[in-house]
Design a protein around this ligand. Sequence first.
Ligand code: ATP
Ligand code: MG
Length: 363
Amino acid sequence: MSNPSLLILAGDGIGPEVMTQVNRVIDWIGDKRGLAFDVSEDLVGGAAYDKHGTPLHDDTMAKAMEVDAVLLGAVGGPKYDALDFSVKPERGLLRLRKEMDLYANLRPAQCFDALADFSSLKRDVVAGLDIVIVRELTSGIYFGEPRGIIHEGNERVGINTQRYTESEIDRVARSAFELARRRGNKVCSMEKANVMESGILWREVVQKVHDEDYPDVELSHMYADAGAMQLCRWPKQFDVIVTDNLFGDLLSDAAAMLTGSLGMLPSASLGAPMANGRPKALYEPVHGSAPDIAGQGKANPIACILSFAMALRYSFDQGDEAVRIEKAVEKVLADGLRTADLIGEEGVEPVSTEQMGDAILAA
Ligand code: ATP
Ligand code: MG
């Protein structure tokens, strides 16, 4: 059998810097754990535009469709701000998401004990927190028609349409239930069925998928506003939260802040199962290209390294290896190592991107 395949798109800004550290982890896993990957690397975003005049070359797109998983760094930067919308770096990422049809966006909110004081909430509310928000990513109000600003009488009206089909709800619900089975076996679905038709359908379809195919998973429903409140009050009551595109956008950003720094947060975007039964997948840190610190060796590589750990778990069935990486991250943080973004009041000396990589490999 051939090795599992991974396409690495480091992108722009701090993307290549943090990806260098991921490459070291991949080499380590090959050497020390006998787990070899067929890794290919290519360009995306501004880097691809500079070389090809497009933020994602067709050949790169074709490669992304073939591999077991794509790992992306970050795209964009001030150098590309003036570009036409059609060739902006972000369009490279949007094309990947669209053509790979990645409809389930997984955003873990995990709080390492050593960083619990970094949260805006009390330590006992967040310490040990480990939840995942599954956000529907390809439909809903951001895409629904009709949309636009129209003239009505003597004023203008801004219109967006929230629209979900049964099959769109069904497939993202399945992603959430599958995920829950590998975790705490608990799903909370959030919508506004009290005031929205799409919310009524959402609740009905999620319940149906549960009753028919996932009765072993504990399912609850919550209105999204109450859910937002509960997320801030006592987030540890949740395991997996599944919600639509708009609510997921808000809830996952709020959940992110429970854990402290942007430099710590991984994500996965999953699509339909491939022939091997695993979903099409793209993994990336939540943070962007951070032009303000790019090229200075200051970036925190942990979000990108944890994104690779997610790939090990969800695309390669190597949950034990993922845990090994997460434990290493936990240890270096407990040992007091901090990149600049993780330093608050305490005033310790920050380590560089590479030093953080060294320490994680050693751990
Ligand atoms: P985008 O539009 O691509 O999301 P953004 O400007 O909204 O970009 P980021 O690029 O993520 O967001 O940067 C936001 C802030 O967080 C910046 O000040 C940046 O320096 C900091 N930051 C982001 N990622 C990291 C990281 N991995 N390590 C250290 N600091 C980071
Ligand atoms: Mg941003």
